[in-house]
Design a protein. Structure first.
Lengths: 351, 590
């Protein structure tokens, strides 16, 4: 890690958001990851995305597991709530936190080891339970923290830096999320912030379980020509299914909408995801189509990126469970123990 | 845009804003680092070879470097460069063994220098090490020129002046002081191989208005009056003094007046306060000495009683702009302002004085009676005659005179060795990596967030009673160290090697001031607006790489780069490196 901290000086014309904060106010402590790590770009994208949305930092909760990926909540949003939990158990902690206070923005940060290996079971259940959160996997196909073994998301035939070849097919986390009922599934690349930032903004705004699988190269252990998730391969093989813009709810939508070239998705709070159609005319509402595209691209050695699937008609966990309107953590003693009169009313119903 | 040619010596030179702005191109960050290491003598010598008078300039320079300083664009105030230069002079040890060695055997060429000011002494310092014989003529009995006559001792103590003059004079100049040259024709006849004229702009201008003749005895031109103070021909002034003019000479006049009897000293300027030519810090110093500055007052007449000056009349004006954008001063129609006074000092400009240069010698003059010069070589239309300093292009400052001197020395050396005078030698440059370890550099990249440190002053009660007592005390070593830590080390360049880049964005993400962007190439105007943060300062270049693997280019806005090296620290492939760029102008003696 660097011996100096990042200088406080900033561009004098750096934009301030609605809260009067600049992007620099959304930073965290200085990264201790290897130089060139894709995860740092994910941190930068989260910083930019949350600053642009004018999210109040103290209304965000960051939760992570273990691994290089799970370190990154330290590097952004230092004024937010944060919980660096147990390996593979971020979903449990996120679920608990979300149950206690459903009004925060939940941002889960995990990696391919944390979510596709030790935490695969937890991952499946949090998707199934439709917790209202954005779950990000920084996916580099390798166990960086334990010095470069193949992870469960490494493609068949992909090689480690030391020459070991992956003999197993990979787990595709985006496909899995779609199949398990996630209502917002995207894939992106740490090197393409133009795509990644609006996806993060849309994912944070989406009501329900949002998932972004981000290819995030490990420069130290998985960046050779034979590594599928290296910079070179990703730059060469990633295909954007549609270009995406995110227009927050409060902004007046001024640019004209061209139905032939664009698709607009209005989120529950009035924000809009605008997809600029590429040659593929991709339809993100169709689950089968999404799975087909992911597989077809994979077959040709390509990585399908962008907003893969969205479904706004599902309910989140609290709706399904019909929980109290107020967040649990704000319920007072009176709410929870309303007194003998209410008790006798209840007893009366059994008479 | 085409990829930036970093081999062009001026590209990285321009990034070092202070050095680029300095007429003598002093390597500022290099000497500031040496001061931080307490290597004061080394810091002094870097200055000496660039500007010859570090102790004098460390007190009196016009400091074009400071408004240029990058720190001023990211922080409220630039680095106190000038005051740090003084620190090198104040804390140095004996420098005699570092001065150039003058050959005993001369090269047979003999050069005449007229006027022992900063320009001529610089020419001498550059030519003596090459074996030239130098004869220096000075009409006064002592050397120094404007540095002695126009700068009051409370800004520049005489010991500092004498010390730095002697470093040059003692290199072995034939001094013919007290000898005024009255004919260029006669001088040419003496057979010198080259003649340099550095006689400055010694004539002050009067404000001739009704009542002038009657009040004549109490009206003085600023620079002549200051010279009389310097030579102790004058040691008092009336109680009420008006100083006309808003330049640095006016500031020196009013502050001097306060010390030798002026109790109510007022500066009066025709135009607005913000249009005054004086340096901001000199105006501030004057105001700190309780000297009011009245603006938009146009002098109208001198008022005398019994044949003696008693007041001046002024007309109040306001500023307007005509449709061509020209500034006009329009009378407000208010009653005239009468300011009582015993003496008036006119500091409204100065001119050179060259009646002794006969006009039939082949040295041509323009309509303003300035010699026609080649701006590169400072050669007149006479092959062997050169001008420099204020005598060349009119009144400027010491550091410009020094810069002229270096260029003149190159010119004289070229003609004396029968080379093409227009074929100027290249600057000496070097570009060396500062990498010591993965996160270690051989310069201190952990810059201080402190605001600019203020130089302590002597007590006003004392300084206002002693015209020779220096006001500024200079930084002590502890303050100087803190101030050096504010320097951004702009000479440590961010050098980008496009073949090594894997486009991981690490540099983009870490850069504190959003200098770096990877983007599609385009016209400069498009690139400037499409960067991470807009690059609106057109004086600052955009550093553009060749095409990268994705077809994009790296575009870096040099404007706000902190030179912190984090881009290079976070670069996994060493595509970025921090390299120290040293730039030394070509000197005759190099």
């Amino acid at each position: 890690m660097s011996y100096i901290s990042k200088p406080k000086f900033q561009h004098p014309q750096l934009e301030t958001n609605e809260l009067g904060l600049t992007r620099r106010d959304y930073e965290g402590s200085f990264t201790t990851l290897c130089a060139g790590c894709g995860h740092d770009s994910i941190s930068a994208a989260i910083i930019q995305a949350t600053a642009e949305m004018s999210l109040q930092p103290h209304r965000v909760a960051k939760i992570s597991g273990i691994g290089c990926s799970s370190k990154i909540p330290a590097y952004f949003l230092s004024k937010s709530h944060s919980f660096n939990s147990v390996h593979g158990r971020m979903p449990s902690v996120a679920t608990g936190a979300n149950l206690a206070n459903k009004e925060l923005h939940y941002l889960g940060i995990s990696g391919d080891g944390d979510s596709a290996s030790i935490g695969l079971g937890q991952f499946c259940h949090i998707v199934r339970r439709r917790i209202n959160m954005l779950y990000i996997i920084a996916n580099n196909g390798t166990y960086g923290l334990t010095k470069g073994q193949l992870s469960a998301t490494a493609d068949l035939g992909s090689k480690t830096k030391f020459g070991e070849e992956s003999r197993f097919d990979n787990i595709d986390m985006a496909t899995l999320a779609i199949e398990l009922g996630a209502s917002f599934v995207a894939r992106s690349f740490s090197g393409d912030k133009k795509q990644l930032i609006p996806l993060i903004q849309a994912g944070l705004t989406h009501k329900g379980f949002a998932f972004i699988d981000i290819v995030s190269p490990c420069v130290t252990f998985n960046n050779t020509d034979a590594s599928a998730q290296g910079y070179k391969n990703t730059w060469e093989n990633y295909v954007s299914l549609s270009e995406i813009d995110f227009v927050p709810m409060r902004e007046e939508i001024t640019t004209s909408y061209d139905a032939g070239k664009e698709k607009e998705i209005t989120l529950h709070d009035g924000s809009v995801i605008r997809l600029h159609k590429t040659g593929m005319n991709y339809d993100p509402y169709d689950k089968e189509n999404a799975l087909h595209h992911i597989n077809q691209h994979k077959k040709h050695g390509k990585i399908a990126t962008g907003l893969l699937y969205i479904n706004q008609s599902t309910s989140d966990y609290h709706e399904l469970q019909d929980t109290a309107d107020k967040p649990f953590n704000t319920l007072t003693q009176h709410d929870l123990c309303p007194g003998s009169e209410v008790m006798s009313d209840i007893n009366d119903t059994f008479r | 845009m085409k990829p930036t040619d970093i081999n062009d010596p001026s590209y990285f030179h321009k990034v070092v804003d202070c050095q680029w702005a300095c007429p003598a191109h002093t390597p500022v960050p290099e000497y500031i680092r040496l001061i931080a290491e307490k290597r004061y003598t080394d810091a002094y010598m870097i200055n000496w070879y660039s500007n010859v008078f570090p102790g004098i300039l460390g007190r009196t320079c016009d400091r074009p470097c400071e408004p240029a300083c990058r720190r001023g664009r990211i922080d409220e105030q630039p680095v106190a460069i000038c005051r740090l230069k003084r620190v090198a002079a104040d804390y140095k040890s004996d420098i005699s063994k570092h001065l150039p060695i003058i050959p005993k055997k001369k090269n047979g060429k003999h050069i005449a220098l007229i006027g022992a000011g900063p320009a001529a002494l610089t020419v001498a310092a550059d030519l003596l090490p090459l074996g030239y014989e130098i004869t220096l003529f000075e009409k006064d009995g002592v050397a120094g020129g404007a540095m002695r006559t126009q700068i009051p001792r409370f800004r520049l103590p005489v010991e500092v002046l004498e010390e730095e003059l002697s470093y040059v004079i003692d290199l072995g100049i034939n001094c013919r002081f007290g000898e005024e040259i009255t004919s260029m024709r006669d001088l040419l006849a003496e057979g010198f191989d080259a003649i340099f004229v550095g006689t400055g702009a010694p004539l002050g201008k009067h404000v001739e208005l009704p009542g002038f003749e009657e009040a004549r005895d109490n009206i003085h031109t600023g620079i002549e009056w200051l010279a009389n103070i310097a030579f102790e021909h004058v040691s008092s002034i009336g109680k009420k003094v008006l100083v006309l003019g808003g330049g640095n000479t006016a500031m020196d006049c009013c502050r001097t007046s306060r010390r030798i009897g002026g109790e109510e000293v007022t500066v009066v300027v025709r135009s607005g306060f913000d249009e005054m030519k004086a340096s901001a810090w000199e105006i501030e110093d004057a105001m700190n000495e309780d000297i009011p500055i009245l603006n938009f007052h146009v002098p109208k007449r001198y008022i005398c009683e019994d044949g003696k000056l008693v007041a001046m009349e002024f007309e109040k004006v306001r500023k307007e702009y005509d449709k061509n954008g020209k500034r006009l001063l329009i009378p407000t129609g208010e009653d005239p302002v009468i300011l009582p006074c015993d003496d008036v000092l006119c500091a409204i400009g100065q001119e050179n004085s060259l009646p002794w240069v006969e006009r039939d010698l082949g040295i041509e003059f323009d309509q303003w009676e300035l010699p026609i010069l080649n701006k590169l070589t400072f050669q007149t239309t006479h092959e062997r005659v050169f001008f420099g300093g204020d005598a060349a292009f009119g009144p400027d400052n010491i550091i410009s005179a020094v810069a002229h001197g270096h260029d003149v020395a190159v010119s004289i050396h070229l003609i004396c060795t029968e080379q093409d005078i227009n074929d100027r030698p290249d600057p000496i440059t070097s570009l060396a990596s500062q990498k010591m370890g993965i996160h270690q550099w051989s310069y201190d990249n952990d810059i201080s967030n402190d605001v600019r440190y203020i130089v302590p002053h002597a007590e006003k009660d004392k300084t206002l009673h002693d015209v020779n007592m220096e006001v500024e005390l200079g930084f002590d070593e502890a303050l100087a160290l803190k101030e050096t830590m504010r320097c951004l080390n702009c000479d440590v360049q961010t050098v980008f090697t496009d073949q090594l880049c894997i486009e991981c964005d690490a540099c983009v993400d870490v850069c504190p001031t959003d200098c770096i962007t990877f983007t599609a190439n385009g016209k400069e105007s498009d690139l400037r607006s499409s960067l991470m943060a807009p690059a609106e300062n057109q004086d600052q270049d955009i550093y553009v790489s060749g095409p990268l693997n994705t077809g994009r280019v790296m575009a870096k806005n040099e404007d706000l780069c902190l030179h912190c090296g984090l881009c290079a620290e976070r670069c996994p492939t060493n595509a970025w490196d921090m390299r120290k760029y040293l730039f030394d102008t070509a000197k005759a003696s190099a």
